[in-house]
Design a protein around this ligand. Structure first.
Ligand code: E4P
Length: 213
């Protein structure tokens, strides 16, 4: 499983990229709004920093508008992936982007059938939202497992991005259940680097080193 970072914050993206683990970035309108910057300018900065896929979401609700917006976004850099919501109109747009060889990430996926439809429309990625399903008492990870099994059984090459990741257990479980990618908030990336026994071990090694005779 590969790591994407789920943010539009350029400092966090640069810091995560310096770790050598970053295969891509996902943004959404809420994450961009939080930054208070021009969307296109920020995408230029991100795509200059990260070589992998950078998801940029359309806000139109009709296919025509999505296609127009998506073409503008895709023109910013070759590694832009157009993020499209899982709707009828979204699927039409995905089909159009697929014909134009523009990569797509179908977002707000909450069922295996939605993922299958998105894949068949030509999506490069589908994003099941784990945390938001867990929030309403459903099992987000079960969804990842179902999509993974369906894609394997039917030789579908659309990649599964575990999204709406909230904590370290989501990451381990997503990897075990067949997600190709987890898109992870910076805070959770920090959490998974750390272990209390690692910190204790470093402290002990240092104190033994400094107390040697
Ligand atoms: C990623 O593509 C999604 O936009 C993101 O993971 C949503 O996460 P949230 O449910 O924490 O807002």
């Amino acid at each position: 499983m590969k790591f994407f970072i789920d943010t539009a914050n350029i400092e966090d993206i640069r810091e995560a990229n310096a770790l050598g683990i970053l295969a891509g970035v996902t943004t959404n309108p809420s994450l961009v709004a939080k930054e208070g910057v021009s969307f296109h300018d920020r995408l230029r900065e991100i795509t200059a920093e990260v070589a992998g896929s950078v998801s940029a979401e359309v806000i139109s609700e009709d296919a025509e508008g999505m296609i127009r917006e998506g073409k503008e976004l895709a023109a910013i850099a070759p590694n832009i992936t157009v993020k499209v919501p899982m709707t009828m109109e979204g699927l039409k747009a995905v089909k159009a982007f697929s014909d134009l060889n523009i990569k797509t990430n179908v977002t707000l996926v909450f069922s295996a059938n939605q993922a299958l439809m998105a894949a068949r429309a030509g999506a490069s990625y589908v994003s099941p939202f784990l945390g938001r399903l867990d929030d309403i008492g459903q099992n987000g990870m079960e969804l990842v497992a179902q999509i993974s099994e369906i894609f394997d059984r039917h030789a579908i090459d659309t990649e599964i991005i575990a999204a709406s990741v909230r904590h370290p257990v989501h990451i381990t479980e997503a990897a075990l259940h067949g997600a190709h990618i987890a898109t992870v908030p910076f805070k959770v990336l920090n959490q998974i680097v750390k272990h209390p026994l690692t910190d204790q071990g470093i402290e002990k090694f240092l104190s033994d080193w400094n107390n040697q005779k």
